[in-house]
Design a protein around this ligand. Sequence first.
Ligand code: ADP
Ligand code: MG
Length: 273
Amino acid sequence: MSDKIPVLELRKVDKSFGPIDVLHEISLKVHRGEVLCLLGDNGAGKSTLIKTLAGVHKPTRGQIFMDGEEVAFYRPKDAADRGIATVHQFGGTFPLMSIGRSFFVGVEPTKGWGPFKIFDRKTANEIAVKAVQDFGITRIDDGDRLVGGLSGGERQSLAIARAVHFGARVLILDEPTAALGVKQAAHVLRIVNEAKRRGLAVIFITHQVMHAMAVGDHFAVLIRGAVAADFRKGEKTREEITDLMAGGETMADLEATIEGYMEAHDGRPPPAH
Ligand SMILES: Nc1ncnc2c1ncn2[C@@H]1O[C@H](COP(=O)(O)OP(=O)(O)O)[C@@H](O)[C@H]1O
Ligand SMILES: [Mg+2]
């Protein structure tokens, strides 16, 4: 029964920056053990929406609920304290730190007390390596290695494992696969599925429809700051989703427009904006 109450819910959330209205009446629900894919072209408002969920921005209007209870986040720490963790495109970790050290930034395990407290490197490394290996990232076996030496996919995975280890309940991933190659992206998608299996609610932001379809249970397409479509897995085809993201114009229409332009301009493609 409690699973019927969303971990996180937005009701008619608006966000404006001065006279600029960016988000319009966004209503969404995320449940534990589910991945909500937030799709949308560049500038659709995806990052603004997740910053609103992460306590970076305050909604101009509307409400946010966690476990059915209304919440207000005044700063990122308020959202973090409620278990909302955000992982950005580049993993948000520290390239010049060791894996063990970066895992515990802000929550260092210490030996001794008072002025004798020192960072317990060995314990930190053991915990960090175990946490990432439990996520199936077996290539990380030395906590002294520098984060900067990891691949993009491994860094993302480390950041996700870290968030889960410290009790995240809602995991927000902003374009985690955008800068990755095919294999690395597949790796991150596996980690997302593992987070979901562990009961987290995941909000996965992407403009790559194939990546969304590989992990999504629920999909919302954002166009110019509004939810243009909201549907569950299996309800739409890849082509339909791609067309929706293109703003209602079908890809076939777009192609025809481009071809028409090229015919009228000696075969030159239209200028990019
Ligand atoms: N702090 C801000 N002040 C004014 N406009 C903003 C601000 N942040 C974002 N925007 C505008 O909101 C729109 C959506 O941006 P964003 O949320 O970054 O989109 P996305 O992540 O989907 O690419 C853009 O037009 C952007 O210029
Ligand atoms: Mg963005």
